[in-house]
Design a protein around this ligand. Structure first.
Ligand code: G3P
Ligand code: CA
Length: 292
Protein backbone atom coordinates (compact mmCIF):
# COMPACT_ATOMS: atom_id res chain seq x y z
CA UNK A 1 0.00 0.00 0.00
CA UNK A 2 1.26 3.50 -0.82
CA UNK A 3 0.50 5.86 2.09
CA UNK A 4 -1.30 9.16 1.31
CA UNK A 5 0.98 12.14 0.65
CA UNK A 6 0.52 13.58 4.12
CA UNK A 7 -0.78 11.45 6.92
CA UNK A 8 -2.76 11.94 10.10
CA UNK A 9 -1.43 9.74 12.91
CA UNK A 10 -3.82 9.42 15.84
CA UNK A 11 -1.51 9.78 18.83
CA UNK A 12 -2.54 7.27 21.51
CA UNK A 13 -5.88 7.10 19.60
CA UNK A 14 -8.15 10.13 19.55
CA UNK A 15 -6.68 10.88 22.97
CA UNK A 16 -7.89 14.47 23.05
CA UNK A 17 -11.42 13.09 23.44
CA UNK A 18 -11.19 9.70 25.17
CA UNK A 19 -8.67 8.12 27.56
CA UNK A 20 -5.38 7.42 25.77
CA UNK A 21 -4.67 3.89 24.58
CA UNK A 22 -8.17 2.51 24.97
CA UNK A 23 -10.21 0.72 22.33
CA UNK A 24 -12.85 3.52 22.25
CA UNK A 25 -10.07 6.08 21.61
CA UNK A 26 -8.75 3.97 18.75
CA UNK A 27 -12.24 3.45 17.29
CA UNK A 28 -12.99 7.18 17.44
CA UNK A 29 -9.69 7.91 15.67
CA UNK A 30 -10.69 5.54 12.89
CA UNK A 31 -14.06 7.25 12.58
CA UNK A 32 -12.44 10.69 12.55
CA UNK A 33 -10.42 9.88 9.47
CA UNK A 34 -6.98 9.06 10.85
CA UNK A 35 -4.64 7.39 8.35
CA UNK A 36 -2.70 5.57 11.08
CA UNK A 37 -3.42 4.87 14.73
CA UNK A 38 -0.64 4.76 17.32
CA UNK A 39 -0.37 2.25 20.13
CA UNK A 40 2.60 2.57 22.48
CA UNK A 41 3.61 -0.93 23.57
CA UNK A 42 5.09 -2.60 26.66
CA UNK A 43 5.34 -6.27 27.67
CA UNK A 44 3.49 -8.04 30.46
CA UNK A 45 5.06 -10.60 32.80
CA UNK A 46 3.69 -13.41 30.63
CA UNK A 47 5.00 -11.92 27.39
CA UNK A 48 1.97 -10.16 25.91
CA UNK A 49 2.32 -6.77 24.23
CA UNK A 50 -0.19 -4.32 25.68
CA UNK A 51 -1.10 -0.76 24.71
CA UNK A 52 0.39 1.53 27.35
CA UNK A 53 2.58 4.63 27.20
CA UNK A 54 4.59 4.06 30.38
CA UNK A 55 6.42 0.98 31.60
CA UNK A 56 4.50 1.75 34.81
CA UNK A 57 0.77 1.34 35.36
CA UNK A 58 -0.06 3.93 38.00
CA UNK A 59 -0.38 7.07 35.84
CA UNK A 60 -3.19 5.72 33.66
CA UNK A 61 -4.87 2.93 35.66
CA UNK A 62 -6.26 2.23 39.13
CA UNK A 63 -3.52 -0.36 39.84
CA UNK A 64 -2.79 1.18 43.26
CA UNK A 65 -6.31 0.32 44.44
CA UNK A 66 -6.54 -3.13 42.83
CA UNK A 67 -3.03 -4.38 43.69
CA UNK A 68 -1.87 -2.20 46.63
CA UNK A 69 1.05 -4.50 47.54
CA UNK A 70 2.59 -4.97 44.11
CA UNK A 71 4.77 -1.86 43.73
CA UNK A 72 8.54 -2.28 43.48
CA UNK A 73 10.83 -0.66 46.04
CA UNK A 74 10.84 2.53 43.98
CA UNK A 75 7.10 2.89 44.59
CA UNK A 76 6.08 2.11 41.01
CA UNK A 77 3.82 -0.59 39.61
CA UNK A 78 5.55 -2.05 36.54
CA UNK A 79 3.47 -3.63 33.78
CA UNK A 80 6.22 -6.24 33.43
CA UNK A 81 5.31 -7.58 36.89
CA UNK A 82 1.67 -8.31 35.96
CA UNK A 83 0.07 -10.96 33.77
CA UNK A 84 -2.34 -9.99 31.02
CA UNK A 85 -5.15 -11.50 33.04
CA UNK A 86 -4.27 -9.23 35.98
CA UNK A 87 -4.04 -6.16 33.76
CA UNK A 88 -7.49 -6.93 32.40
CA UNK A 89 -8.84 -6.27 35.93
CA UNK A 90 -7.70 -2.64 35.86
CA UNK A 91 -9.66 0.47 34.96
CA UNK A 92 -7.83 2.62 32.39
CA UNK A 93 -8.01 6.37 32.92
CA UNK A 94 -7.04 9.52 31.07
CA UNK A 95 -3.64 10.92 32.03
CA UNK A 96 -4.33 14.64 31.59
CA UNK A 97 -6.56 16.41 34.06
CA UNK A 98 -8.23 18.73 31.53
CA UNK A 99 -9.52 15.88 29.35
CA UNK A 100 -11.93 12.95 29.77
CA UNK A 101 -13.12 12.90 33.41
CA UNK A 102 -11.19 10.39 35.50
CA UNK A 103 -13.32 7.68 37.09
CA UNK A 104 -16.10 8.11 34.53
CA UNK A 105 -17.46 5.26 32.44
CA UNK A 106 -15.47 2.04 31.98
CA UNK A 107 -12.22 1.60 30.05
CA UNK A 108 -9.65 -1.17 29.94
CA UNK A 109 -6.00 -1.56 28.93
CA UNK A 110 -6.11 -3.38 25.59
CA UNK A 111 -3.67 -5.97 24.32
CA UNK A 112 -1.93 -5.14 21.05
CA UNK A 113 -3.79 -8.08 19.47
CA UNK A 114 -7.12 -6.53 20.47
CA UNK A 115 -6.04 -3.18 19.04
CA UNK A 116 -5.09 -4.73 15.70
CA UNK A 117 -8.32 -6.72 15.54
CA UNK A 118 -10.32 -3.56 16.19
CA UNK A 119 -8.55 -1.62 13.43
CA UNK A 120 -8.74 -4.49 10.95
CA UNK A 121 -12.42 -5.06 11.77
CA UNK A 122 -13.19 -1.39 11.19
CA UNK A 123 -11.14 -1.45 7.99
CA UNK A 124 -13.25 -4.34 6.76
CA UNK A 125 -16.54 -2.68 7.68
CA UNK A 126 -15.69 0.78 6.31
CA UNK A 127 -13.59 -0.15 3.28
CA UNK A 128 -10.83 2.22 4.47
CA UNK A 129 -7.36 0.87 5.12
CA UNK A 130 -6.22 2.59 8.29
CA UNK A 131 -2.70 1.62 9.30
CA UNK A 132 -1.12 0.96 12.67
CA UNK A 133 1.88 2.83 14.04
CA UNK A 134 3.22 0.86 17.04
CA UNK A 135 5.98 2.25 19.26
CA UNK A 136 8.22 -0.08 21.26
CA UNK A 137 8.59 1.60 24.65
CA UNK A 138 11.93 1.19 26.44
CA UNK A 139 13.17 -1.89 24.55
CA UNK A 140 16.61 -1.75 26.23
CA UNK A 141 14.95 -1.70 29.65
CA UNK A 142 12.80 -4.69 28.65
CA UNK A 143 15.86 -6.56 27.39
CA UNK A 144 17.61 -5.96 30.72
CA UNK A 145 14.54 -7.51 32.35
CA UNK A 146 14.95 -10.58 30.12
CA UNK A 147 12.19 -9.56 27.71
CA UNK A 148 12.71 -9.29 23.93
CA UNK A 149 10.25 -6.77 22.53
CA UNK A 150 11.40 -6.95 18.91
CA UNK A 151 10.71 -10.68 18.60
CA UNK A 152 7.32 -10.25 20.29
CA UNK A 153 6.39 -7.42 17.94
CA UNK A 154 7.36 -9.28 14.76
CA UNK A 155 5.54 -12.43 15.84
CA UNK A 156 2.27 -10.59 16.31
CA UNK A 157 2.35 -8.24 13.34
CA UNK A 158 3.29 -11.09 11.00
CA UNK A 159 0.43 -13.16 12.45
CA UNK A 160 -1.95 -10.34 11.50
CA UNK A 161 -0.57 -9.94 7.99
CA UNK A 162 1.90 -7.05 8.28
CA UNK A 163 4.89 -8.59 6.51
CA UNK A 164 6.19 -6.56 3.56
CA UNK A 165 7.67 -3.09 3.17
CA UNK A 166 4.36 -1.86 1.72
CA UNK A 167 2.21 -3.03 4.64
CA UNK A 168 0.06 -0.34 6.33
CA UNK A 169 2.31 -0.03 9.36
CA UNK A 170 5.17 2.08 10.71
CA UNK A 171 7.22 0.67 13.58
CA UNK A 172 8.70 3.43 15.74
CA UNK A 173 11.24 3.65 18.53
CA UNK A 174 13.42 6.20 20.29
CA UNK A 175 16.14 3.52 20.39
CA UNK A 176 18.40 3.05 17.37
CA UNK A 177 19.52 -0.38 18.60
CA UNK A 178 15.95 -1.65 18.64
CA UNK A 179 15.31 -0.57 15.05
CA UNK A 180 18.59 -2.16 13.98
CA UNK A 181 17.60 -5.36 15.81
CA UNK A 182 14.33 -5.50 13.87
CA UNK A 183 16.26 -5.31 10.60
CA UNK A 184 18.64 -8.05 11.82
CA UNK A 185 15.61 -10.21 12.51
CA UNK A 186 14.64 -9.78 8.86
CA UNK A 187 11.88 -7.19 9.15
CA UNK A 188 11.26 -5.12 6.02
CA UNK A 189 8.45 -3.12 7.63
CA UNK A 190 8.67 0.69 7.47
CA UNK A 191 10.52 2.06 10.52
CA UNK A 192 10.59 5.53 12.06
CA UNK A 193 13.33 6.76 14.39
CA UNK A 194 11.97 9.03 17.11
CA UNK A 195 14.08 11.88 18.42
CA UNK A 196 13.72 14.21 21.37
CA UNK A 197 15.49 17.44 22.29
CA UNK A 198 18.10 15.75 24.45
CA UNK A 199 21.82 15.17 24.17
CA UNK A 200 21.67 11.60 22.89
CA UNK A 201 20.20 12.74 19.54
CA UNK A 202 22.49 15.73 18.94
CA UNK A 203 24.88 13.85 16.66
CA UNK A 204 22.03 13.12 14.23
CA UNK A 205 21.21 16.80 13.71
CA UNK A 206 23.30 17.48 10.61
CA UNK A 207 22.89 16.53 6.96
CA UNK A 208 25.38 13.71 7.49
CA UNK A 209 23.81 12.60 10.75
CA UNK A 210 20.32 12.50 9.28
CA UNK A 211 21.56 10.60 6.22
CA UNK A 212 23.00 7.94 8.54
CA UNK A 213 19.53 7.20 9.88
CA UNK A 214 18.61 5.73 6.50
CA UNK A 215 20.73 2.69 7.45
CA UNK A 216 18.10 1.58 9.97
CA UNK A 217 14.91 3.60 9.36
CA UNK A 218 12.63 4.94 6.66
CA UNK A 219 11.66 8.08 8.50
CA UNK A 220 12.22 10.34 11.48
CA UNK A 221 9.78 11.32 14.20
CA UNK A 222 11.22 14.43 15.85
CA UNK A 223 9.69 16.52 18.60
CA UNK A 224 8.05 19.34 16.64
CA UNK A 225 10.10 21.99 18.42
CA UNK A 226 13.25 20.48 16.88
CA UNK A 227 11.89 21.40 13.44
CA UNK A 228 10.93 24.89 14.54
CA UNK A 229 14.50 25.40 15.75
CA UNK A 230 16.19 23.65 12.82
CA UNK A 231 13.78 23.43 9.83
CA UNK A 232 16.59 22.30 7.53
CA UNK A 233 16.27 18.88 9.16
CA UNK A 234 13.25 18.29 6.92
CA UNK A 235 15.11 18.88 3.67
CA UNK A 236 18.06 16.79 4.85
CA UNK A 237 15.67 13.96 5.73
CA UNK A 238 13.92 14.16 2.37
CA UNK A 239 17.28 14.20 0.56
CA UNK A 240 18.11 10.97 2.41
CA UNK A 241 14.77 9.43 1.38
CA UNK A 242 13.33 9.69 4.88
CA UNK A 243 9.77 10.68 5.70
CA UNK A 244 9.19 13.23 8.51
CA UNK A 245 6.44 12.80 11.14
CA UNK A 246 6.76 15.26 14.06
CA UNK A 247 4.98 14.88 17.40
CA UNK A 248 2.72 15.97 19.16
CA UNK A 249 -0.05 18.33 17.98
CA UNK A 250 -2.61 19.17 20.66
CA UNK A 251 -5.54 21.55 20.28
CA UNK A 252 -5.47 22.17 24.03
CA UNK A 253 -1.72 22.97 24.11
CA UNK A 254 -1.05 25.42 21.28
CA UNK A 255 2.32 27.20 21.54
CA UNK A 256 2.06 30.99 21.86
CA UNK A 257 3.75 31.64 18.52
CA UNK A 258 0.74 30.18 16.65
CA UNK A 259 -2.64 31.96 16.48
CA UNK A 260 -4.61 28.70 16.60
CA UNK A 261 -4.27 24.94 16.46
CA UNK A 262 -5.11 25.04 12.76
CA UNK A 263 -2.48 27.70 12.12
CA UNK A 264 0.11 25.49 13.81
CA UNK A 265 -0.90 22.48 11.69
CA UNK A 266 -0.79 24.56 8.50
CA UNK A 267 2.68 25.85 9.39
CA UNK A 268 4.12 22.34 9.71
CA UNK A 269 2.18 20.67 6.91
CA UNK A 270 2.28 23.36 4.23
CA UNK A 271 5.14 25.74 5.08
CA UNK A 272 7.70 23.43 6.62
CA UNK A 273 6.53 20.48 4.49
CA UNK A 274 6.36 17.55 6.89
CA UNK A 275 4.84 14.26 5.70
CA UNK A 276 2.48 13.64 8.59
CA UNK A 277 1.61 14.69 12.11
CA UNK A 278 1.12 12.84 15.38
CA UNK A 279 -2.00 14.41 16.83
CA UNK A 280 -4.33 13.89 19.78
CA UNK A 281 -7.08 15.49 17.65
CA UNK A 282 -7.18 13.55 14.37
CA UNK A 283 -10.41 15.21 13.24
CA UNK A 284 -8.78 18.66 13.31
CA UNK A 285 -5.74 17.56 11.28
CA UNK A 286 -7.99 15.69 8.84
CA UNK A 287 -10.03 18.86 8.30
CA UNK A 288 -6.91 20.97 7.67
CA UNK A 289 -5.63 18.48 5.09
CA UNK A 290 -9.01 18.05 3.42
CA UNK A 291 -9.41 21.81 2.94
CA UNK A 292 -6.44 21.79 0.50
O1 G3P B 1 5.68 8.29 19.14
C1 G3P B 1 5.62 9.65 18.90
C2 G3P B 1 5.37 10.28 20.21
O2 G3P B 1 4.26 9.61 20.71
C3 G3P B 1 6.54 10.11 21.13
O3 G3P B 1 6.24 10.55 22.36
O4 G3P B 1 5.96 10.08 24.71
O5 G3P B 1 3.97 10.47 23.31
O6 G3P B 1 5.23 8.36 23.10
P1 G3P B 1 5.30 9.82 23.40
CA1 CA C 1 4.43 7.26 21.14
Amino acid sequence: MTPPARIVIAHRGASGYLPEHTLPAYALAHGMGADYIEPDLVLTRDGHLICLHDIYLQATTNVEQVFPDRAREDGRWYAADFTLEEIRRLQAEERLGNRFPRGSSRFAVPSFAEMIELVQGLNERTGRTVGIYPELKAPAWHRAEGKAMEEALLEIVERYGYRESGAPIFVQSFEEESLRRLRELGSELPQVFLMAEVQQYRHFLSAQGIAGIAAFADGIGPAKTMLERQPELIGWAHDAGLTVHPYTFRADQVPDRHDSHEAELERYLFELGVDGVFTDYPDRARAVLDRR
